[in-house]
Design a protein around this ligand. Sequence first.
Ligand SMILES: O=P(O)(O)OC[C@H]1O[C@H](OP(=O)(O)OP(=O)(O)O)[C@H](O)[C@@H]1O
Length: 375
Amino acid sequence: MGRFHIVDDDTIADGGCTDIYFQRCEEILKQEEKNPQVTMEVTTTGMPRSPGVFCGLNDVIALLEGLPVDVDAMPEGSLFSAREPVMRISGRYSDFGRYETALLGFLCHASGIATAAAHIVGAAGGRRVYSFGSRRQHPAIAPMIERSAWIGGVDGVSNTTAPPGIPVVGTMPHAYVMCHASPEEAWVAFDRHAPPDVPRLMLCDTFGDEKEECLRAVTCTAATGVRLDTPRSRRGNMRSILEEVRWELDSRGHEDVGIFLSGGVTEEDIRTYRDIVASFGVGGAIANAPVIDFSLDIVSIEGEAIAKRGKWSGIKQVWESPDGERTVLLASASGPTGATPLLEPVIKDGVVMQRPETADARARVLRSIPNFRDP
Ligand SMILES: O=P(O)(O)OC[C@H]1O[C@H](OP(=O)(O)OP(=O)(O)O)[C@H](O)[C@@H]1O
């Protein structure tokens, strides 16, 4: 263990971050000279939100690259439902069994965040959504959180360690405002010194009433937006606060100044306020999303279909018809006419055939979101 309680890359890559039973049973299988050829599939039997958004394949490929295994998977950003295999791994069991813990961790967490982000972006109906929640999780996984949220369709993320290509955005903390003699001094200094491409979004709830602070901010700066982060203890009726602020801004000729809402924003809040709010900063509702409880199960041993109770035996393929209809069939069967197989080879005998492109994954999600239905 280093300075922080986190596992280093090499330990994960060596299969050292695993559940103890994998290590023990691998040793026993070795002594018994058993190492069957198996195919294992990744599925979930139920989800917090449907459809799910598949994410985390990049890290799984980094984990399994070089092992004597074949991996087929849905492309990142694919939608999936319960029972649909999103990935399958074929190889000798003891060559990859110990990786189950890390592999599922990558997929469960990233897919949970991408799924929540996609449903939140869908609820926003075109209003901008930003991922502000890296502070709600361990800092070591901030890049994964921001990448998954970006694939899920958010318009930007706040953490500076987001992978390259993802827009990093932010406004100002309350602490910054409090470091000045008055909010005016803080807003003016921000307006004067922030890089020109940074939106002039002024935080307007530090000490005073939202309406008052918003009017003061647009009077002393060229504010492009006002951010309300009203504490829970003051939210008697957030809808009324928002309408009042909007009215006062509009009636003074500030129709172009958008309202940015943050602080405990949920998917339900977004549906409630999306007609009046231009942008949402969402923390925990994305970063703390429930994981997708994927499992990795044997479906074939030495070419024979087999499964534990509750799982479906046989190596499968998921087919998608042009109208979006999904069919799960044995991989040996032909698919429906005109349908596309969703599980594609990504690793062949340890060699990576294709790596996920973040932009492609995000584009796939953005194409799908208009078809999401309200819960
Ligand atoms: O959706 P959430 O889980 O609440 O997370 C995001 C929130 O966290 C920060 O607030 P905070 O008041 O802690 O920080 P600040 O004073 O620096 O704005 C940020 O301003 C968001 O409002």
